[in-house]
Design a protein around this ligand. Structure first.
Ligand SMILES: [Zn+2]
Length: 753
């Protein structure tokens, strides 16, 4: 029989602790990396931090920073950088503007016209609206274009390629449609936009038009601007089309900082520029083109929400696309503000958000930037009372994010050696709006994120932002998310691919990184258009800046705890769990592909495709694939098993040991450098990407590929490469496990004090 008193007092906490849970109510739960009394001190500090926060600051700064267009290289972009720097200085930070020189082409001329069956000239313009005060600043607005498209003057028949990703071309091939010598028209979404011209060019297309279909981005989603938040018929999406999955940053200086005297590639040799001209257009401009197309009717899942029958082409519709750019170098101004740490000044906690926009950029990026500023201001106020963070804080306001993560990538490349040595973690944000907490990043920080999220109150529902996220996942998540939200005490954070300024820190250097923001309830539609304005944001984004304050509170806690903890708040159980999951996924991917290949080859052999095809339509029987071999995943499984064991032992040890009596600094260095162990020599065909656990997909761009080397080799049926990548990835996980084991040994060693 169980002695219930004993069970409750001793056994239950031990069981829960082993499961990574705790029986203590949240307010008594010691914060990771703090002993019990210092945890109380830390909470007192955070209460003082919260007491500083003013939503009006967010509103005032947004008004100021979005008053004029401020893309990289623009006069107002420079004014903004100087304003941000002056603010940081006034709050007591040691502040500088670090300048780089980056390639930033802007249009000299743009022409898109249909020459047959009728003539039509695309307007390529977003009209000013009387309801939107800054939308009429046409002199300073960048026109609608895709940055790093090459110059070109091409004419040809149109082919509709859906999202323009590799599997869409397989579908076209089965219908006997070839894009060679044609101009493709693709809709936005389904991949990062730069993938569309990349894949089109690989298939022989000579030009690429990308349009916003109202199905994904317009009236199908909700009322359009200015009545509602969504994209109106003439709204269009600017954006970069550089081949960022190859490397982000300045196209002319891969791997090195784009300083004044940096050695640059000739523009014609820059591999990340597109191979064909590309232009984004609105759905009002796209409608006549799509309407004029002939050829087979598009498959059902390819159809958008325009009032037409979608045809694939080629044939009747012919267009001319003529683009010419000014290929200039422009200054890129990063604002870097430091507050030196009192005890471990050589350990840097970095926090950043970009300041440049495509146009006025209230949502993207100013809604995030103003929260970072408020965070820095409140910390500056604490510092004025004599408090100092234990570690050095570095606040960064990046320039040139929009064209290709230019400012952050160049800064990271220029400071790579120091950052490898000193960077504890990088915490990023970008756009922020009403809704749910969204966090992705290094899983070694998952527990830290959870502890912060359970301490912040959701402004609308008055429950913690963590519980609100749980409610979202329980009611609207996938089946797996629902199950986890029930069974797991803490929420899982997502894996980071690319898409904002954490990329160089995480993927190139192996600095543990987080990206966090609120969102999901604001209604999009202004993204990268002239309507991403103060007026739009304060109606639809986060009118009272309440979620701005929630972000300051959440990120502020994460940053303050990283900066102040006696021993860095890294834990590894979640990391081992996540990596174990990725390893299972790639093994399953190979099995599924084997099964699918066998099935398909059999259907081809038996002539079933041919028998089922409509004789009045073109159908080309697909070619059989080579059978999928059995890969040896044992090294990966062994590495994961070692990591799981080591992680559990480490996390238990650090909870059991009073860290204040330890030489915590020594453990710290191992902890924060552990993420570096997951970086290797670089991924096949793109060595800039070093991290072997996370990368943007080579053919998806923003969607993260976990265990990218292994996963992409399998997806692309490159078997020797898959085997080599299993070895390289396993070795990285073994190195990571070894670091964690070393930290545990130090933790358990008799106190040196
Ligand atoms: Zn952004």
């Amino acid at each position: 029989m169980i002695n219930f008193n004993r069970f409750l007092r001793f056994l239950l906490p031990a069981l829960l602790a082993a499961a990574g849970l705790s029986a203590a109510p949240p307010d008594e739960k010691p914060l990771l990396g703090f002993g019990r009394a210092p945890a109380a001190e830390q909470r007192a500090l955070e209460a003082r931090f919260d007491a500083q926060l003013r939503a009006d600051n967010l509103r005032d700064w947004m008004k100021r920073l979005t008053a004029r267009p401020h893309h990289v290289g623009s006069p107002y972009g420079k004014e903004n950088a100087e304003f941000i720097a002056s603010q940081f200085k006034s709050w007591g930070y040691d502040t500088s503007i670090e300048e780089f020189r980056v390639l930033f082409p802007t249009p000299k001329s743009r022409l898109l016209e249909m020459t047959a069956p009728t003539s039509f000239k695309a307007s390529l313009a977003e009209p000013p609206l009387k309801e939107d005060a800054t939308s009429g600043q046409t002199d300073e607005q960048l026109p609608v274009y895709n940055a790093y498209s090459v110059d070109g003057d091409v004419a040809g028949e149109l082919v509709y390629v859906n999202f323009g990703i590799p599997k869409d071309y397989e579908e076209l091939e089965r219908r006997g449609i070839d894009v060679k010598g044609k101009i493709v028209i693709a809709r936005y979404y389904g991949s990062w936009r730069g993938i569309k011209p990349k894949v089109a060019a690989e298939h022989g297309a000579i030009g690429c038009i990308i349009y916003s279909d109202p199905h994904e981005d317009g009236y199908f989603q909700g009322d359009v601007y200015p009545k509602g938040a969504f994209r109106n018929p003439r709204g269009a999406q600017r954006g970069s089309v550089a081949d960022m999955p190859l490397y982000p940053g300045d196209p002319l200086t891969p791997g090195i900082g784009a300083t004044e005297d940096a050695k640059r590639l000739p523009i014609k040799d820059a591999p990340t520029l597109t191979k064909i001209p590309v232009l984004p257009i609105s759905y009002e401009d796209a409608l006549p083109l799509l309407q004029a197309m002939s050829g087979p009717v598009a498959p059902e899942s390819w159809r958008g929400s325009l009032p037409i029958t979608y045809h694939l082409g080629p044939g009747s519709a012919k267009v001319r696309l003529k683009l010419e750019f000014d290929w200039k170098l422009v200054p890129c101004y990063n604002v870097i503000a430091r507050l030196a740490g009192s005890e471990r000044p050589n350990q840097w906690v970095l926090r950043g958000n970009h300041h440049d926009a495509w146009v006025n950029g209230a949502d993207d990026p100013i809604s995030g930037l103003v929260t970072v500023m408020e965070e820095a201001r409140a910390i500056g106020e604490l510092a004025k009372t004599g408090w100092r963070p234990r570690r050095t804080l570095v606040f960064c306001a990046w320039d040139g994010e929009e064209p290709g993560l230019l400012g952050s990538t160049e800064w990271v490349e220029a400071h790579a050696a120091e950052l490898k040595e000193h960077a504890v973690a990088y915490v990023n944000s970008d756009s922020n709006s009403r809704g749910f907490l969204r966090v992705s990043g290094s899983h070694s920080l998952e527990r830290l994120v959870n502890q912060a999220a359970f301490d912040v109150t959701d402004p609308q529902k008055k429950i913690t932002v963590a519980e609100r996220l749980r409610a979202f996942r329980l009611t609207r998540g996938s089946a797996e998310e629902q199950k986890e939200a029930r069974d797991r005490a803490e929420f899982r954070i997502g894996a980071l691919g690319s898409g904002s300024d954490y990329t160089a820190f995480l993927d190139h250097l192996g600095v543990a990184s987080l990206d966090l923001r609120f969102g999901g309830e604001s209604g999009g539609g202004s993204y990268h258009s002239i309507y991403d304005s103060f007026d739009h944001y304060t109606r639809f984004g986060d009118p009272g800046f309440e979620y701005g304050i929630s972000l300051v509170q959440t990120a502020g806690r994460i940053v303050l705890r990283l900066a102040n903890a006696e021993s860095l708040p890294f834990e590894f159980t979640a990391s081992a769990d996540a990596i174990g999951g990725y390893a299972r996924e790639v093994a399953k991917l190979a099995d599924d592909l084997r099964e699918e290949t066998e099935k398909r080859n059999r259907l081809i052999r038996e002539g079933r495709y041919e028998a089922a095809a409509d004789p009045r339509e073109t159908f080309i029987v697909p070619k059989p694939h080579e059978a999928v071999p059995y890969l040896n995943f044992a090294p990966l499984q062994n590495a994961v098993s070692r990591l799981k064991h080591g992680a559990q032992e480490h996390d238990q040890a650090r909870r059991a040991i009073d860290l204040s009596g330890k030489a915590a600094a020594e453990v710290d260095v191992i902890l924060f450098r552990s993420e570096r162990a997951l970086a290797g020599d670089g991924l096949p065909r793109r060595p800039w990407f070093k991290h072997l656990i996370y990368a943007p997909g080579f053919y998806t761009g923003y969607g993260v590929k976990t265990l990218p080397g292994v996963r992409e080799a399998i997806e692309e049926r490159k078997w020797p490469e898959a085997a080599a990548q299993i070895e390289a990835t396993s070795a990285a996980i073994e190195r990571y496990a070894a670091q964690i084991e070393k930290a545990t040994e130090l933790l358990k060693a008799p106190s040196k004090n």
